[in-house]
Design a protein around this ligand. Structure first.
Ligand code: BGC
Length: 892
């Protein structure tokens, strides 16, 4: 469809269209002397409903004084439901630990809030302290799963008769469930709640919590997360109503690209489970649970689906349905769907939440009643639209698209002003509102779309309209800017790609009928993701999905969560993420709990069993090669064997971390054998790597597969290839490209690639108006595979921090204990970055001026750094703020 014209929405002129800035929280003011801040429990701030029996308690440190390092800490845990009750104390421990102290006191009680207090001491005896809390989850469920049995759904309501048929995609209306009960006001009330599907719970007419798309996506056959809300303020004296709307979501809606009807992946229709625990000062408790006494009816949402969109028929609204006093005698008794709670687990991460609302950048009237809204930024989320009083039954529809296409009769034919929707494939991404004659605000609740543009049909005048940004709540941790605005914009685009694709699971893209947790995309992007945001809890949860998807034979899958119809396993570089991701998380966050060595070793054993000669020739699943590489193909067995070696070597290191030295020795020997086999099979005496492709050299160098004497020739050959042909890597090679060039003395080439503006390159996308990172280097390709929000190629983000700005970690360091500050200025005048590491704030700013070069670095307490200045000078520094200047002539 696109032929040889630029991709949809790509101005032929190359004019840059900046997107929205990412709202980054301010770096906290530092105290004069050593003090903890940013207290986390299981990598979350004040988590509600913790499942871990021995949670990890961690804190960051700050001080304005150089060398103000911790020498000791003490953690005290108290039971806040029994004021004054001490539960556990570490006592003063002569250790600098701040990145993780595991609770080792008596068994934690369920449904209990614990306070914890940390004190840290500096060498001169100064101390600082801070406190936080966590609340444990539920243990013994008594509630039944309840549902609205669709076989009892009556035909559509009278107002819809005689109207143009609504394409409901075969989806069912979203049921509502309600239960009235009487209770005195409690001292404390908690709602434990989940769904097979999505839920929105309400108590006495108020929405409970701010989670979106809860309970999130897992392989529901193994695990369903529940959430916990403090609803004390919502319970009132006398009659109360606990209510919910449930929707298909990932459970029974359309998911992925498999040509499956809704309801064929996990279950046929949504179910709901909830327990409201009311606690009174006299020690008594009362539990209100889902069961046969609940009532149910279809609500005004005629269908809601993640891919298809949502239809809200305001005429079917029954005001007051979620409040006391509503007559539900016409409602049906809820159907009890079962009492099996074995799959219910406490959420490990923060939910999806709604973040900022973007105002339109422009609104264009395309035709009477048809408006095109440009929000200026490609996001995942939905449109919030003020709908005036319209004739009853009038439909307003909102279609979404990432880009525009042309030529069209309207406006600039180079850009076009029609939504480009072909790349959504079967994801209709259309929300519909049907008016009841009243003015209302329409914002769908149980869907999301990947879009920058929205086409609104059915309104003569377009009033208040916003795009609501949705994603998993991952605390933003990184900032980056440099003297080249295009590179700064690239960094922002990478961040927006992360925001749009971290929606309960790390997805490949948020727009088309895919949105799957592809493992390679996640592993190549992970180092960047970890610098942009604190993703420890997000990935801890996803690693459960990865583990649930591992086959009994040890094969890691290619997507997680698994779903029927898309289940496969074992692609090199994809399934290996089951090893690479936990290892990287361990290095960044310092928590050995990420390392499920058993599972990692089973994966390595699985590949080994299928490839006993140590060359990964025999497929254990599909092979996606160096996906979407614009260059010549890298031999598949080479890619496989490189990853096989990497997985074996990292599993060995992981085994050593957790004290399994015997396993580590065995895996080290295997890794050494694979390395030998790799060299024998793929490397010639002059250091040439089979296939002679960039990705071949990158894998060999990055994974340390080459004998000493072959390293320099291989790096030189890589440099020659890059100099001759520019960027020639796909998903697997791209994340290694700039770091490997830098590590082998080719900063100049890494910068040349970064600065390129013709395709294929990162800045070609930026110059073409991209506000996220595209799936394809040039944005041109069959629409069925042309996502404009695919983060894999944005994996260069890691090098922006570590290479350009210079915030890196020494190869043997974990949790940023030993930093490497090695900026690579290229032709830039200045760059700056900061990163809220697990230990505290790291910052680097450097600037070139006619006088010379100046670098300022902030190293958090407890860390040390080696600072490499241009020209070869190296300095070792401790924590604190440090400035270095080189007068002109000293720089290289
Ligand atoms: C996805 C990719 C993914 C790939 C596997 C694609 O459809 O969008 O990002 O990794 O399939 O080859």
């Amino acid at each position: 469809m696109l032929g040889d014209v630029p991709g949809p929405g790509v101005p032929a002129t190359g004019a840059s269209v900046p997107g929205a800035p990412i709202p980054v929280p301010a770096v906290p003011d530092r105290p004069a002397r050593l003090a903890p801040y940013g207290l986390r429990c299981e990598h979350r701030t004040e988590p509600m409903g913790l499942g871990a029996p021995a949670p990890l308690l961690s804190w960051r440190l700050a001080s304005r004084q150089a060398g103000d390092d911790p020498v000791a800490y003490q953690v005290d845990v108290t039971d806040l439901t029994r004021p004054g009750t001490s539960v556990w104390s570490t006592g003063r421990v002569e250790d600098a630990a701040s990145v993780g102290v595991r609770y080792a006191g008596p068994a934690l009680r369920p449904r209990t809030r614990y306070g914890w207090h940390v004190t840290v001491w500096a060498q001169d005896g100064t101390r600082g302290s801070a406190e936080s809390w966590f609340e444990t989850g539920h243990d013994t469920w008594t509630a039944s799963w309840i549902t609205h049995d669709p076989s009892r759904v009556e035909p559509v309501d009278p107002p819809t008769r005689g109207e143009q048929a609504l394409d409901d995609h075969g989806l069912l209306a979203c049921p509502r469930l309600r239960h009235a009960f009487s209770a005195p006001v409690p001292a404390r009330a908690r709602l434990y709640v989940s769904a097979r599907g999505l839920y929105e719970a309400r108590l006495n007419g108020e929405r409970v919590g701010d989670a979106e798309l809860a309970p999130g996506w897992t392989d529901y056959r193994s695990r369903i997360q529940y959430q916990v809300y403090d609803v004390t303020a919502l319970v009132r004296d006398g009659e109360n109503v606990l209510a919910a709307t449930v929707a298909d979501g990932w459970w029974s809606g359309f998911v992925g690209f498999a040509p499956r009807r809704a309801g064929q992946h996990y279950g046929p229709f949504p179910e709901f489970v909830a327990e409201l625990h009311l606690s009174y000062d006299d020690g008594s408790t009362r539990v209100v649970a889902t069961g046969p006494a609940w009532r149910t009816a279809r609500g005004p949402i005629r269908y809601a689906d993640l891919l298809k969109g949502e239809c809200h028929d305001a005429r079917l609204e029954t005001p007051g349905w979620d409040r006391p006093g509503f007559d539900d005698s016409a409602w049906l008794p809820a159907t009890v769907a079962g009492d099996d709670h074995s799959s219910l687990v406490a959420s490990r991460d923060e939910p999806v939440r709604a973040f900022e609302r973007l105002a339109p950048r422009s609104v264009t009237r395309l035709a009477p009643g048809v408006h095109l809204v440009d929000f200026g930024q490609n996001i995942a989320g939905r449109v919030r639209l003020a709908v005036p009083a319209l004739p009853e039954g009038r439909r307003v529809s909102v279609r979404h698209g990432e880009t525009l296409e042309g030529p069209t009769p309207h406006g600039d034919p180079r850009i076009g002003d029609r939504l480009h929707i072909a790349n959504l494939r079967t994801a209709d991404a259309t929300d519909v509102f049907i008016s009841a004659g009243r003015a209302e605000v329409f914002e769908p609740r149980f869907t999301y779309h990947g879009f920058r543009y929205a086409e609104v049909t059915g309104l003569d005048e377009l009033g208040d309209v916003h795009a609501v940004v949705l994603h998993s709540d991952i605390p933003w941790a990184g900032r980056f800017a440099c003297s080249d605005p295009d590179i700064t914009r690239l960094h922002a685009n990478i961040g927006w790609g992360q925001r749009g694709n971290f929606v309960s699971v790390p997805t490949d893209c948020p727009q088309r009928d895919e949105r799957l947790g592809w493992l390679a995309d996640a592993q190549v992007f992970l180092p960047t993701a970890c610098l942009n945001a604190d993703v420890a809890a997000f990935f801890a949860k996803w690693l459960d999905d990865v583990s649930d998807a591992q086959s009994p034979e040890g094969g890691f899958s290619n997507v997680a969560p698994l779903l029927t119809g898309v289940a496969d396993e074992g692609a090199p570089g994809w399934a290996d993420a089951g090893v690479l991701v936990p290892w990287h998380l361990y290095r960044v966050y310092g928590d050995p709990a990420f390392l499920d060595v058993e599972a990692m070793a089973r994966w390595v054993g699985f590949v080994h069993r299928n490839n006993p000669d140590l060359i990964w020739r025999h497929r254990v699943g599909p092979h996606f090669a160096d996906w979407l590489s614009p260059g010549p193909p890298t031999p598949r067995p080479l890619i496989g064997t490189a990853y096989f070696q990497r997985s074996a070597a990292l599993t060995a290191r992981a085994a050593r971390v957790v004290g399994r030295d015997g396993d580590a020795d065995h895996l080290d020997a295997l890794a050494a054998g694979i390395r030998q086999a790799f060299v024998k099979e793929f490397v010639d005496a002059g250091g040439r790597v089979a296939g002679d492709t960039q990705t071949g050299y990158l894998l060999a160098l990055a994974f340390d597969l080459l004998p000493e004497e072959a390293v320099a020739p291989a790096a030189d050959r890589l440099a020659e290839l890059v100099a001759a042909s520019g960027l020639q890597t796909g998903f697997l090679g791209v994340s290694l490209l700039c770091p490997v060039l830098s590590a082998h003395g080719h900063d100049d080439l890494a910068h040349a690639l970064l600065g390129r503006t013709g395709p294929p390159s990162w800045l070609h996308q930026v110059r073409s108006g991209a506000t996220t990172v595209w799936e394809r280097w040039d944005g041109v390709g069959a629409p069925s595979m042309n996502s404009f929000n695919h983060y894999a190629l944005g994996s260069v983000g890691e090098w922006l921090y570590s290479g350009v700005a210079g915030i890196g970690q020494a190869p043997t360091s974990t949790a940023y204990r030993e930093l490497v500050v090695r900026p690579s200025p290229g032709d830039l005048d200045w760059a700056e970055a900061s990163y809220e590491s697990v230990r505290g704030t790291v910052g680097v700013r450097w600037e070139r001026s006619p006088e010379g070069f100046r670098l300022d670095a902030t190293i958090p307490p407890g860390a040390t750094a080696t600072v490499h200045l241009p020209g070869g000078t190296t300095r070792r520094v401790t924590s604190g703020d440090h400035s270095f200047t080189l007068v002109r002539g000293e720089t290289a």
